[in-house]
Design a protein around this ligand. Structure first.
Ligand code: NAD
Length: 509
């Protein structure tokens, strides 16, 4: 399990708070923190509004979501400006969040009616066909979404869109580090004519706990350590949880890989969003024959990155000093144990919480940079002798979020992929499984429980299943009731035993 953050946030989270732009140290905006005691009232309001929202049916809700998607598309510039001010991201990084949401929305708008329609299930065995079985998907009233700060726009809505599509109301608790863009998104929801089934609870731990106490389902994204606390709290009311947690994603580069492509992918995968991505490339294992070529190509790519927030840059600020501190600790630990930094390696002078893209070599698993989640701009690269060694090291982690494998032979890469203990593997690419909303995105081991997306499952997870069993015929009805004679009941049980054994007897031969 991961350690708690190096620096605790100490602000009291009462009244109004100031959010600081991490690139400049200036004010990005102000937020009214929610009183934890108020959360029950907000949830009660959502619970009432949810009934009408559910009653609109999937088709009615799809229309509302479509209007909201159009609003998001029309307000991209405004959203991204605020996002950059709130996080210090580069403009190219900030520009990826709204399109991701639009892709998710477009998929659900297209599929939600069918995904949520009652499902007729076949009879379990032929003689049970006297019943018609239908499974109905009934939304949970209030879904509490607790989000991290690394993608304030995408994380706010990537699960909320599915929950709203399913017919739930959503109580969203953004990270206390990035509460501003969520306010703008809520404004957009209401401006696009949607009902008040989306509400915000702004604050830190106390508000989060109140959200857990007042929701019917918890969708949590954040660190593994906090995920465990969330699950413990939710257990008090037997509230189900879905936990999307931290990672230490490995990349494996085989000797037949397109080395330039692998290097471009490693640099983008490690440095995108200044390395603050749950599925970022956190460590690389390269087969010996292409190791030198790969390292040279990576260093060349990193050298051309332009650092700074907003337009004209690739690589932005880290969210705050706590994230810089973790990165500094991992790099110092690696250097002290014999690693070399080929780029970066120390913090530049000047304003803002910047840390340079840092390529580390001569690393091994005694170093924190290879075993703990850094969530910063480091790219540690390790030479390996065999594919088996790469697989063993990749699996030598408490995490299992995702991974990537590079090879000129896609089938060979697939063979490696299915030996990796994690929720998703990208072949000759990184992070791209996030766009595949038909596939589940979930972590193994300390990386999570449950999954987001996954086709119809991505909506049905926010519902309770209700089985409705209707007779097709009156023949055989009540054959096991006490109103039958003891002899008839005995005959009935004998017949059921015989019929149920037809299949097993045949299969056992
Ligand atoms: P965090 O765990 O510190 O905080 C996440 C959320 O939990 C915040 O909203 C916070 O206010 C709330 N919180 C904090 N303490 C709480 C408590 N005791 N009870 C209830 N809620 C509490 O995580 P973070 O620093 O905001 O985000 C970074 C982490 O998120 C990284 O580990 C990253 O890998 C992970 N992450 C995972 C995914 C994924 O999909 N798997 C996506 C993005 C980020």
């Amino acid at each position: 399990m991961t350690a708690t953050p190096d620096v605790e946030l100490t602000e009291p989270f009462t009244g109004t708070g100031t959010i600081t732009n991490p690139a400049t140290g200036t004010e990005a905006g102000r937020v009214s923190w929610t009183d934890p005691a108020d959360v029950a009232r907000v949830a009660a309001g959502l619970r009432v509004a949810q009934r009408e929202w559910e009653a609109r049916g999937a088709k009615g809700r799809a229309k509302v979501l479509a209007r909201f998607a159009v609003w998001l598309g029309q307000h991209r510039d405004e959203i991204e400006r605020l996002l950059i001010a709130e996080t210090g991201k580069s403009a190219v990084d900030a520009a990826q969040e709204v399109p991701l949401l639009l892709m998710i929305a477009a998929y659900y708008i297209k599929t939600m009616e069918q995904a949520l329609a009652p499902e007729t299930r076949p009879a379990a065995l032929p003689f049970l066909a006297i019943k018609k079985v239908t499974v109905h998907y009934r939304p949970r009233a209030v879904v509490g979404i607790i989000a991290p700060w690394n993608y304030p726009v995408a994380n706010a809505l990537m699960d909320a869109i599915g929950a709203l599509a399913a017919g739930c109301a959503v109580l969203l608790k953004p990270s206390e580090r990035t509460p501003l863009t969520a306010e703008l998104l809520l404004r957009g929801w209401l401006e696009s004519g949607a009902p008040e089934v989306l509400a915000l609870a702004q604050g830190a731990r106390a508000v989060s706990e109140a959200v857990i106490d007042n929701s019917d389902y918890i969708q949590f994204t954040g660190s593994s350590a906090t995920g465990a606390k969330v699950m413990e709290r939710a257990a008090r009311r037997l509230t189900p949880v879905s936990l999307e947690l931290g990672g230490k994603d490995p990349m494996i580069v085989l000797e037949d890989a397109d080395v330039d492509l692998a290097a471009h992918a490693a640099v983008w995968g490690a440095m995108f969003n200044a390395g603050q991505t749950c599925v970022s490339v956190e460590r690389v294992y390269v087969l010996e024959p292409v190791y030198d070529q790969f390292v040279d190509a990576v260093v060349r790519d990193v050298a051309s990155l332009k650092t700074g927030a907003g337009d004209g840059h690739n690589f932005g600020a880290l969210i705050d000093e706590s994230q810089v501190a973790v990165t500094e600790r991992h790099v110092a630990d690696a250097l002290a144990k014999g690693a070399r930094a080929l780029t970066g390696g120390s913090r530049p002078a000047g304003a803002g919480s910047f840390y340079p893209p840092t390529v580390l070599v001569d690393v091994d698993h005694s170093m924190a940079c290879m075993t703990e989640e850094t969530f910063g701009p480091t790219l540690p690269i390790m030479k390996v002798a065999t594919v088996d060694e790469a697989v063993r090291l990749a699996n030598d982690s408490p995490y299992g979020l995702s991974a990537s494998v590079f090879s000129g032979d896609v089938e060979r890469a697939r063979e490696v992929a299915v030996q990796l203990d994690c929720g998703a593997v990208n072949v000759n690419d990184v992070i791209s499984n996030l766009m595949c909303t038909t596939a589940p995105m979930g972590g193994w081991k300390d990386s999570g429980m449950g999954a987001r997306f996954g086709g119809a499952d991505g909506l049905r997870k926010f519902c309770r299943q209700e089985a409705v069993v209707v007779p097709r015929t009156t023949v055989g009805a009540g054959g096991n009731y006490y109103s039958n004679s003891l002899r008839a009941l005995k005959r009935m049980n004998g017949l059921l035993t015989k019929l149920a054994l037809i299949g097993p007897r045949r299969a056992a031969k």
